[in-house]
Design a protein around this ligand. Structure first.
Ligand code: DON
Length: 323
């Protein structure tokens, strides 16, 4: 018997499916609405779509605008969480929960209700607390772009850019985030100054990647120990499994249940319209379409993932086709 997801990737079928989805989405009539609370993102043409699927054997199958770069925004929180877990291990969970919040990603009431302990690392206050853990005492201009550098390492490219216009735009418009960081500080859950935490957070959100690059950046989340070649340790594999669990339960905020129901894969969205989705042991997938749904997740990116998962039979909740 073949082990599902390990030896049975039908690349020909995958190419057909990806090509088909790129055509279908390209013909869509409803594209959703770009995030407008970050002025620089509001300028992006919503009628765009890209998809890239990196399979565990290293093949990249892509369609649409898969080389166009976009702001990864909250997808960066996956990489920040990975780094925080690497640095601090299970201690991370003393300062941030692992539960879906059932509230929007920038909810203030949620922080009050839980006395400064954000429900999970993917809502904005959770990501701010995680970033506080990454600062390592650095301040002001001395703060390195730790998350960007990690992404660059995962992709194997030195030149991963940060969109400075998006950085400026978010610094000048990010009043809610500053309020959330101040609340965390007032509850004693930020060690560093609010401005320094905002600095690292805003810069990681403004990392610009294409779908092809994002799928490569997420590769470490689909690998299991058989991909070791001396590179994936047991600890790395365990950490990836945990990050995937949080992506499944909290990755699309208040839309996580609907996403699990429709797509059935751990995934993380960003208000730039990107989504990174993982098929464990099988594929790392990036989709991008800047129009969002009411929860701030890409409308057509979600639809594309729903179709891909169904047509490839990739839901983690069980196979329908025989393998
Ligand atoms: O802090 C913000 O509001 C944005 N930089 C990131 C939010 C985000 O991407 C939510 N995801 N769908």
């Amino acid at each position: 018997m073949t082990v599902r997801g390990k030896t049975d990737i039908d690349h020909e079928l995958l190419k057909k499916v990806v090509d088909g989805i790129a055509i279908e989405i390209g013909n869509a009539t409803e594209w959703g609405k770009a995030a407008d609370y970050i002025p620089e993102l509001a300028k992006v043409d919503t009628r765009q779509f890209g998809i890239a699927v990196l399979t565990r054997d290293g093949q990249m199958i892509a369609g649409g605008a898969s080389d166009t770069q976009f702001s990864i925004q909250s997808i960066s929180k996956v990489f920040a969480l990975t780094l925080a877990l690497k640095l601090h291990g299970e201690k991370v969970w003393k300062r941030v929960g692992k539960e879906p919040s059932g509230d929007p990603y920038n909810s203030i009431v949620d922080m009050e209700r839980h006395k400064g302990i954000p429900r999970n690392p993917f809502i904005n206050p959770g990501a701010l607390v995680i970033d506080d853990m990454l600062l390592d005492g650095k301040k002001g201009d001395k703060i390195p772009d730790t998350v960007r550098d990690f992404i660059a390492e995962m992709i194997g490219e030195d030149e991963i850019g940060i969109d400075e216009d998006v950085v400026k735009s978010e610094h000048t418009s990010g009043y809610t985030n500053k309020a959330l960081a101040n609340l965390a500080k007032s509850f004693g859950n930020l060690d560093n100054e609010v401005d320094d935490v905002m600095h690292i957070y805003v810069r990681q959100c403004a990392v610009a990647l294409s779908c092809r690059q994002l799928a490569r950046a997420g590769r470490y989340l689909m690998l299991d120990r058989e991909d070791i070649d001396g590179k994936v340790s047991k600890t790395d594999a365990e950490r990836a499994r945990r990050v995937n669990a949080i992506m499944l339960t909290c990755g699309q905020y208040d839309g996580s249940g609907d996403f699990a129901y429709r797509v059935g894969l751990p995934a993380k969205s960003g208000v730039g319209g990107g989504i990174l989705a993982i098929v464990p042991n099988t594929a790392s997938i990036a989709v991008w379409s800047p129009g969002l749904d009411e929860n701030g997740n890409s409308l057509l990116g979600t639809l594309a993932l729903e179709r891909l998962s169904k047509r490839m039979d990739w839901s983690i909740f069980g196979a329908i086709r025989r393998v």
